[in-house]
Design a protein around this ligand. Structure first.
Ligand code: GYE
Length: 330
């Protein structure tokens, strides 16, 4: 008797769970249209573009981490245009996503659209690059690297290498896209570091838009205009890789005639470093996906998160690149 009652109770419980389960599935099938409290998180993500190896690895990290975290991802590639990012963010607001995350192509000009998201009650997470908005309540947190530090590490390495220099050391600089946080900050950090040695002089500095084609084209101009270039500081690997072609075509040996310093440490950059064509790389990690998804869950749950989360990174010499290369994931 007692056993039968227990069995019936189990059967009832099982059917309740089953119906509950089906109902839960039904809810999520409606497409996670945000703000509906179905427990599912929808994230609208506006990516800068596909300008570099770094960006490709970053996009992969975000897509894979969203899938692993069970977060529905709406993804838009802005092709390095701020207007496209603003359009994408407005779309996400209209679609009532739960969280908006984006990597701002430039630092300025975001207040209006961020205010629209805030008024709609949709939390915003900045990832990779930050904005210069004075009102910090417009976003929940910024997850990414310290770009000033990267520039500084690059500059400090050069100061050490050239400490015995008796005459001028001519440096050319390939900047990222105009107005981008990593372009502004890497320039600043590098400039501050090399000020330690008055022999080190930046004789030309132009944007190469973080692309290989841009790096090649601007380096060609640099080489034409300046007979003596001792050092190239490129704000990312891709521009450095593009510049290699221009340097070789000009009959110079990269890594020897011209010391080359870059930022990122993606596989192709690390290969160039291991091959002796680059001389030093300050790392910038693109693998922000897992932390971003964690933050999205916390923000959606109403938890407070730190206002700034900094990525951990290192630097590589040619020897260190040879060691690290076999295990490099991106
Ligand atoms: O260094 C560069 C990319 O914002 C940190 O953007 C990122 C930069 C990265 O195009 O390769």
């Amino acid at each position: 008797m007692r056993k039968m009652r227990t069995q019936r109770a189990i059967a009832v419980l099982a059917s309740v769970l089953l119906i509950g389960g089906v109902a839960a599935c039904g809810n999520s099938d409606t497409g996670g249209g945000g703000s509906k409290d179905d427990g599912k998180i929808t994230m609208g993500f506006s990516q800068v573009g596909a300008e570099s190896g770094w960006r490709t690895a970053n996009t992969t990290s975000i897509k894979e981490s969203a899938a692993a975290a069970g977060i529905e991802l709406k993804f838009d590639d802005a092709q390095q245009k701020q207007e496209n990012q603003i359009k994408a963010i407005r779309n996400y607001i209209q679609q009532k996503v739960d969280v908006i995350a984006f990597s701002p192509v430039v630092e300025s000009g975001w207040d209006t659209v961020l205010k629209e998201a805030k008024d709609a009650g949709i939390p915003v997470i900045l990832t990779d690059r930050s904005v210069d908005s004075a009102d910090k309540s417009l976003y929940k947190t910024f997850l990414g690297s310290d770009f000033v530090k990267e520039g500084k590490l690059a500059g400090e390495w050069l100061v050490e290498q050239k400490k015995g220099a008796t005459g001028p050391v001519n440096i050319v600089e390939l900047q990222g896209n105009t107005g981008a946080a990593p372009a502004n900050d890497r320039k600043k950090g590098f400039g501050e570091a090399i000020a330690a040695n008055p022999n080190l002089k930046i004789i030309a500095s132009q944007p190469g838009d973080f692309t290989r084609a841009g790096g090649k084209q601007v380096m060609e101009q640099f080489l034409k205009a300046n007979p003596k270039i001792d050092v190239l500081f490129a704000h990312n690997d891709d521009m450095g890789l593009g510049a290699l072609e221009a340097i070789t075509a000009a009959g110079k040996v990269p890594g020897k005639d011209i010391t080359i310093i870059t930022v990122d440490a993606v596989k192709d950059g690390m290969q160039a470093l291991a091959d002796g064509k680059f001389n030093f790389i300050a790392e910038c990690s693109p693998l922000l996906g897992p932390q971003l998804m964690d933050l999205a869950k916390k923000v959606k749950a109403g938890e407070t998160v730190p206002a700034r989360i900094e990525t951990e990174e290192t630097t590589f010499t040619q020897e260190q690149a040879k060691e690290a290369l076999p295990n490099r994931k991106y």
